[in-house]
Ligand binder design. Structure first.
Ligand code: FAD
Ligand code: UQ1
Length: 448
């Protein structure tokens, strides 16, 4: 059942929340000279592919009533790129041709959206075509910008430079060979200040590399200073992780395993084998020599969103945190990394948001108020070594909201083997067999 997540309490919370006084565009007149659809979805990533199929399954749409726009040739299972970095999967097995994912009843435009005209209900593609809509869903993800760190694009492209990143398709295959090649000196793993996809991933790859070097006899957590390799975690943040419960567990690991913490260190430049860090706390820049560097680049909302009338001051699509409806334009919705929801940006979050957008949008088309509420659910399966995962699950607050803690009374801050197999095998499988078809609701299980 698609909407079994909706509790009575949630329905009543939705009814009582303030309803903005915007015009209802559901009956907007078609824009002449354009292709028109009842629903247009911007982005065919985790959010777009899931939501478009859930809408189709409602049975309320005919062929080509729903259109999806995405310029990419491939859809990627990005959460698997950490596993590629750890030598556990290949990047090719984690991608699918974008076109192959869409039901033939969905109209697919293999192009990018350039601009929005929310007052007139159309978007313009990069080829100049206008696509009109009654309802618009905006899910173009985050842009990863290696060029925002001086010297990073060149270092990633240079086969001889010991600099790699799990964060782009072009660089991810360099990570595991770099871990294997490293035999002595300083290894630094970075996380930028600011919003990124999956805030735990920069340290997941560190924990895997640490385990690899430990097994290879190059790192002894009980005697870090006597080890061939010295490991630092340089993060723009003041803590290991933003949720207190999981931060406590991860800080304990960092201390027990002898990882040198460089808090409030935000990588801004790579110069040869030197990494230069700005200090968000206002201190002087710091330069560190490295023999191995894993970088999480800076990320942000895509420029075409930032520069549009649908963005908030920070550049994200300005939606209500609970209903996911745009705060100004009642026929615009957003899910995923590009939305303004103040939660950690993950595919797990998108999976929880999708049924909320779908129900609220269908209600809006019938002139009803949105009554489904997103509670901020997100999750970060933190690989802490080969064979173990700490399954952080939390909601707005941030407060833990643990699926297996609830069912089995276990503490998910403890790394477990069963969670490792969820992360490595089950999630990639369920994503491509069910989630992309709109049939998987994460902790709520299968839909239909
Ligand atoms: P995306 O899936 O990124 O899709 C956005 C789509 O929009 C893309 O297909 C893109 O081509 C398209 N697009 C961009 N610009 C335009 C335009 N102008 N017009 C039309 N379309 C456009 N999540 C987890 O849940 N668990 C994890 O363990 C995890 N680990 C991660 C590790 C790494 C290294 C990375 C990179 C990500 C990880 N994530 C994880 C995060 C997860 O991949 C994202 O949060 C999720 O994919 C967001 O979905 P989305 O639909 O918002 O964006
Ligand atoms: C999930 O459904 C999912 O996608 C298939 C993930 O991978 C991207 C996840 O990391 C998580 C946590 C979920 C949520 C599902 C459960 C059963 C906790």
């Amino acid at each position: 059942m698609l909407y079994r997540h909706l509790t009575t309490a949630a329905r009543s919370a939705a009814r009582t929340q303030a309803v903005p006084s915007f015009r209802n565009f559901a009956t907007a007149a078609p824009v002449s000279g354009t292709r028109n659809h009842k629903v247009v979805v911007v982005g065919g990533g985790s959010g777009g592919v899931n939501i478009s199929h859930q809408l189709l399954q409602s049975g309320k749409f005919a062929a080509e009533d729903i259109a999806v726009i995405d310029p990419a040739e491939f859809h990627h299972y990005q959460p698997g790129w950490t596993l590629v970095g750890g030598g556990l999967k290949t990047k090719e097995e984690l991608r699918r041709p974008m076109k192959s994912l869409f039901d033939p009843k969905l109209k697919f435009y293999n192009d990018s959206v350039a601009t929005f005209a929310p007052e007139s209900n159309f978007v313009t593609l990069s080829n100049g075509d206008k696509i009109g809509y009654d309802q618009l869903i905006v899910a173009p993800g985050l842009t990863v910008s290696p060029a925002n760190i001086k010297g990073l694009p060149e270092a990633l492209a240079n086969r001889d430079a010991p600099v790699s990143s799990i964060y782009t398709y072009d660089s991810v295959q360099k990570v595991f060979p770099s871990i294997q090649k490293m035999d002595k000196g300083n290894a630094i793993f970075t996380q930028p200040a600011g919003v990124i996809k999956c805030a735990g991933a920069p340290q997941k790859i560190m924990w895997l590399a640490l385990d690899y070097w430990k097994r290879a006899g190059l790192y002894n957590p009980s005697n870090p200073s006597g080890s061939a390799i010295n490991i630092s975690f340089a993060t723009g943040l003041p803590v290991m992780f933003g949720v207190p419960k999981y931060n406590a567990a991860l800080t304990k690991l960092q201390q027990e395993r002898g990882v040198n913490p460089l808090f409030q260190h935000d990588l801004i430049e790579i110069n040869g084998n030197n990494a230069i860090f700005a200090r968000p706390d206002g201190a002087e820049t710091v330069t560190k020599h490295f023999d191995f560097l894993h970088v999480a680049p800076k990320m942000g909302s895509p420029a075409f969103i930032k520069n549009s009338p649908i963005a908030n001051e920070a550049g994200f699509v300005k939606v209500d945190d609970a209903t996911l409806r745009h705060k100004k334009f009642a026929n615009i919705w957003s899910a995923g990394d590009a939305s303004s929801c103040p939660t950690s940006k993950t595919a797990a979050a998108v999976i929880a948001q999708s049924p909320i957008v779908v129900r609220n949008l269908l209600n809006a088309m019938e002139g009803k108020q949105p009554d489904a509420v997103y509670d901020g659910y997100t999750s970060c399966p933190l690989l802490t070594e080969y064979g173990k995962v700490l399954l952080a699950e939390f909601k707005y607050g941030p407060e833990p909201k643990e699926t297996f803690g609830n069912w089995f009374g276990i503490d998910q801050a403890e790394p477990r083997r069963s969670f490792y197999y969820l992360k490595k095998d089950f999630f990639p499988w369920v994503y491509y067999t069910h989630m992309v078809k709109g049939n998987w609701a994460g902790p709520k299980g299968w839909i239909n």
